[in-house]
Design a protein around this ligand. Structure first.
Ligand code: ATP
Length: 488
């Protein structure tokens, strides 16, 4: 039970301190949609920046793109989403609640089965022992049926040229369809990667646990292109790098693990997949996916080569994707428009792809949960977020001890100077102890207090969030001191 309380505590802290709000709250809220408030937007942006720094900025072999959310419908035909991106659901005959078949628990146990459900074999799933999460009845389900996960929308005002489009359910396809553009416009050579961070949309059947599973969310995806035969090594490399990224940003090792997908769990295109899982405090304390690292083989580039050849057919059938057949494969396939020519080996091939695919909102939740702490200090409860400095929304707060004797002016000047380098917050309201507590709850690593002694010897008190230890640092050394501690 304590674990459930922990998520509730986080939800209420997020609302109270302006990290995350329910979307459209004044109208009663919109289920599964959330807005990031003033502290949340900084936190999430820091998660994005940390990912980009590690995956793009620090590497010579990865470049970035930012693709549009709306894409040509054939993209989703070729990728397989138009035909296959559905969840198998069943409806409870008693309370009409629809649940993903792979999320139904047996008896009262709360767990998720990890199986890759084949829509074609829907009727074969035995639900006689499964419990309805809505009303608790056992085995009272309809036959499983597919439920399409992509949101549809209409583009254009004229009947003739308007067309039905999908909101992208993953960012990866924007990368695949730009593979040729990136090759032709940069000097990248295989092995290399293309990275992207952006919104994705899935009409999830069941959403859960705050921002863990929502219908609109942000993904950070890397498609790393390599020569077939080197793919296993690159998969291992990325698996290790991505696991370490969470640890380096402060996630406790005991809360993080890698879990290999079993054969029957793999997506149809994947040769291997491993999930980075975090022990979230939901239910009985479940291990849940934060990120998947898949070996997607040459599936996507091959499929888009097939898709490109069906463009005329698509016009002839007036955009009816159901009439497009992608099954034929030209003999010169390896030489197709999305193939790669290796100058040194004088060899042409379709690259294999290793894909680390992370959720920005989901990892933001993991960073929040992992950083959250409560402790008793001098008989009083202290709530704090022990964020890694790179993720902390505010890096330092500056306080004048009292609102007189010129102290506010000195403190404000320090704060203004530091704002050029990092987020710095000025606060002169209330007792200094309360100001410290407010910054602890926001996860601010350092608080600086200007007092009477500052005017005499030019030093301020620097208080560290986790240990609450204080030391006096002279104002001319303060910026260097903080930049070293914060590593910025
Ligand atoms: P799940 O099995 O949880 O539905 P998935 O295996 O379909 O997820 P992927 O398609 O591998 O997820 O997406 C990659 C990452 O994107 C996930 O690891 C997760 O962090 C994030 N993600 C996927 N769906 C959602 C969602 N509905 N809400 C928030 N994040 C999501």
């Amino acid at each position: 039970m304590a674990k459930i309380t922990k998520l509730d505590d986080i939800v209420s802290l997020c609302k109270r301190r302006g990290f995350i709000f329910q979307s459209s709250e004044i109208y009663g809220g919109l289920a599964s949609c959330y807005d990031y408030g003033p502290l949340g937007v900084e936190l999430k942006s820091n998660v994005r920046k940390a990912w980009w720094k590690s995956v793009v900025q620090m590497r010579d072999d990865v470049v970035g793109v930012d693709c549009s959310i709306l894409m040509h419908p054939l993209v989703w035909k070729a990728s397989g989403h138009a035909d296959k991106f559905a969840d198998l659901i069943a409806e409870c005959k008693k309370c009409n609640v629809r649940t993903r078949v792979d999320h139904l628990a047996e008896n009262a146990e709360e767990h998720t089965e990890h199986i890759s459900l084949d829509i074609a074999e829907a009727a074969e799933y035995d639900l006689s022992n499964k419990v309805c999460p809505g009303c608790g009845k056992i085995g009272q389900f309809t036959e499983p049926m597919p439920f399409k996960l992509m949101f549809e929308t209409q583009m254009g005002a004229n009947v003739d040229d308007s067309m039905m489009l999908y909101l992208r359910p993953e960012t990866a396809q924007g990368i695949f369809v730009n593979f040729r553009n990136v090759l032709d416009s940069t000097r990248v050579k295989i092995p290399f990667g293309i990275a992207q961070i952006g919104k994705s949309f899935r009409n999830e059947v069941t959403t859960k646990a705050f921002i863990f599973r929502t219908r609109e969310f942000e993904q950070a995806e890397l498609e790393f292109f390599c020569q077939p035969g080197t793919d296993d090594d690159w998969w291992h490399t990325w698996k290790d790098l991505r696991f370490q990224w969470y640890i380096d940003l402060g996630i406790k090792k005991e809360n993080l693990r890698l879990r290999d997908h079993a054969g029957d769990e793999l997506a149809h295109y994947a040769k291997a997949c491993v999930d980075v899982e975090y022990k979230f405090p939901f239910g009985s304390g479940d291990w849940q996916e934060l990120e998947g690292i898949a070996n997607r083989t040459d599936y996507d580039l091959r499929q888009h080569q097939r898709g490109m050849r069906t463009l005329n057919k698509w016009y002839e059938t007036k955009g009816d994707l159901t009439k497009i057949d992608l099954s034929d494969e030209a003999e010169d396939y390896e030489k197709g428009p999305l193939s790669y020519f290796d100058e040194e080996q004088k060899k042409r091939f379709i690259p294999y792809v290793i894909e680390p695919s992370a959720g920005i909102d989901r990892s933001t939740l993991a960073f929040l949960v992992d950083a959250y702490d409560e402790e008793e200090v001098k008989g009083q409860k202290r709530n704090l977020l022990r964020f890694h400095p790179a993720l902390a929304p505010i890096k330092a707060a500056v306080f004048p001890l009292v609102k007189k004797d010129g102290l506010p002016e000195i403190a404000q000047n320090i704060c203004n100077d530091f704002k050029k380098y990092f987020n710095c917050f000025y606060d002169q309201k209330g007792a200094v102890g309360r100001r410290y507590r407010r910054q602890d709850e926001a996860g601010t690593p350092y608080c600086l207090t200007v007092d009477g002694q500052t005017k005499e010897d030019g030093t301020v008190t620097v208080r560290e969030r986790d240990s609450m230890e204080q030391e006096r640092i002279s104002t001319d050394k303060l910026l260097g001191y903080l930049r070293e501690k914060l590593d910025i």
